[in-house]
Design a protein around this ligand. Structure first.
Ligand SMILES: [Cu+2]
Length: 113
């Protein structure tokens, strides 16, 4: 009994507390799908989401990037500076290709099912 109390007051208890806090933290994260922008690449380059899904792009580069829809099928982002993010919601199934208008070799695809 006493031994248990001592154990739970130690680092193990802190680990339990940290673990218990994890679900709240992940609930707080926006539901949705993320595309990171790193080293002049969209990652993942192809992302599959369900209809109605929201995709958020986050620029991790030191260079600005723009999410530009091929054929204007969704609203283009403004220029994203470091750590800026941009979200678009895809209601209709289909394949949405996009690129960076500053660095047109950067291409990505969102597949909505
Ligand atoms: Cu770019």
């Amino acid at each position: 009994m006493r031994w248990n109390s001592i154990l739970l007051a130690g680092p193990f208890a802190l680990a339990l507390a940290a673990h218990a806090a994890t679900p709240a933290a992940s609930t707080k994260a926006a539901p949705g799908y993320q595309v990171g922008i790193r080293n002049f690449h969209f990652m993942p380059a192809k992302l599959v989401v369900p209809a109605g899904g929201t995709v958020t792009w986050i620029n991790h580069d030191e260079e600005p990037h723009v999410v530009t829809s091929v054929g204007d099928r969704f609203k283009n982002s403004p220029a994203l500076d470091t750590n800026d993010h941009y979200s678009a919601t895809f209601a209709q199934p289909g394949t949405y290709t996009y690129f960076c208008s500053i660095h047109p070799q950067m291409v990505g695809t969102i597949v909505v099912r």
